[in-house]
Design a protein around this ligand. Structure first.
Ligand code: MG
Length: 418
């Protein structure tokens, strides 16, 4: 427990103060979720924020509790913008996914507190809704083309009008589909990812999908940052007949300066940015003409405070938003996504993870997609709670990710990014 209060830079308006900042790590859906809880001097008034960086969760916990908490305890929780800037600049070297997720946990918790103090959902603090709900897509993936298309048909039955299709081509490390045979003799990982196989088979997936599902559904596809600029153009052109809603993450972030040329040559909109962990890099993706849809992982960029500014930049630049909504994000983060969606005129589409029931037990208020839409909670703050006793029944498994990432390989044994 931090005993010394941080000196506020101005006299607070009232006696309310932040009294505690701590992390809760829980894995009710299998992957470790990191949530920050900020307590205040008003009994019962606390906030929750998503700080989930599954791949380095121990480091985020240390960043929150050892480095950021001492700068926040004693401050008035309403000074959200100043606290965000102080935490962001205080490390001198700004950003990075560990620090930004820690920052996001506190930032989102402060917005939660702000809503709860006034008894309103966070979207009312941002100027109110510009739409009732957010259209959502989720993924249909299988080991074969047929499996993927069958799963897409089942999702369409449940009301989804936007479906992301992936098949066995990407292999281990992307979506767990069947890998490509032909590994080098004696390989310990015979199910590698082969780009030539991927480029050859992906058009057959969409051909089959249009044949079975018809023309009304919106189909999306994620290349998961694995292509060179030329391979991306080859893939995009080969998919032209199937009228994709967007092609996601064709390039690795190291090659984002080449996105404008890929976008210019691609017949469908390009969505990218989920690996960005810098506000400045995200802004450049928009202003450089690299994307039609900006696709950020909100906690990796530092929370609502920076991302609402980027949403405004998208609105002014004719770019749409498509915030990342994977399993490795807590329901608090998912609620923040939907809050941005319903308050921003730039909203394009929302990725929705279908959380398993244990996640709903740990996080009462977790949003559910109904008929292809996510509707924000009308409860104060984010409208998502955390049952800490239930959370404790799902301890995270250390080194789960590390064991998996090490085996993401090409058939010749060369490393591939997960
Ligand atoms: Mg993706």
């Amino acid at each position: 427990m931090i005993m010394q209060e941080t000196q506020a830079p101005w006299e607070p308006r009232d006696t309310l103060r932040i009294t505690g900042v701590r992390t809760i790590v829980t894995a009710p859906g299998g992957v470790p979720l990191v949530v920050v809880r900020v307590d205040t001097s008003e009994p019962g008034l606390h906030g929750l924020g998503c700080a989930t960086f599954t791949q380095r969760f121990h480091a985020v916990v240390a960043a929150v509790e050892q480095h950021l908490a001492p700068m926040v305890i004693g401050r008035h929780p309403a000074d959200i913008e100043d606290i965000w800037r102080m935490l962001h600049f205080s490390s001198y070297w700004r950003g990075g996914p560990v620090h930004n997720n820690a920052l996001s946990g506190i930032d989102l918790a402060l917005w939660d507190i702000a809503g709860k103090r006034l008894g309103v959902p966070v979207y009312e603090l941002l100027g109110g809704r510009v739409r009732a709900a957010a259209a959502a897509y989720t993924g249909a993936r299988g080991g074969t083309v047929e499996e993927s298309v069958d799963r897409a048909a089942a999702l369409a039955e449940r009301g989804y009008r936007h479906i992301r299709l992936q098949a066995g081509g990407p292999g281990v490390g992307t979506y767990g589909g069947a890998g490509t045979p032909g590994a080098y003799p004696g390989s310990p990982y015979p199910d590698g990812w082969d780009v030539a196989h991927y480029l050859r088979t992906t058009p057959t997936l969409f051909e089959k999908a249009r044949e079975v599902l018809g023309d009304e559904l919106e189909l999306l596809h994620d290349a998961h940052n694995r292509l060179t600029p030329k391979e991306a153009v080859v893939l995009a052109r080969s998919l032209e007949p199937y009228r994709l809603f967007f092609l996601e993450d064709p390039l690795a972030p190291e090659h984002f300066d080449r996105l404008p040329e890929v976008r210019a040559a691609a017949p469908m909109p390009i969505a990218s940015g989920e690996l960005v962990s810098s506000v400045t890099d995200a802004a450049r993706l928009v202003t450089s003409g690299g994307v039609d849809y900006l696709r950020l992982h909100v906690s990796a960029v530092g929370g609502l405070t920076p991302v609402r500014k980027l949403a405004a930049l998208c609105e002014l630049s004719g770019v749409r938003t498509a915030w990342h909504g994977p399993p490795d994000m807590s329901p608090v983060g998912a609620a923040a996504n939907v809050t941005l969606d319903v308050t921003s005129p730039a909203f394009g589409i929302q990725e929705a993870h279908v959380y398993p029931e244990p996640v709903h037990e740990v996080f009462p208020g977790t949003l559910r997609t109904v008929n292809g839409y996510l509707t924000p909670s009308g409860e104060p703050g984010w409208g998502v709670d955390l049952d800490e006793r239930a959370a404790a029944r799902h301890p995270p498994e250390t080194h789960l990710h590390e064991r998996w990432a090490a085996r993401v390989r090409r058939p010749d044994g060369g490393l591939e990014a997960p």
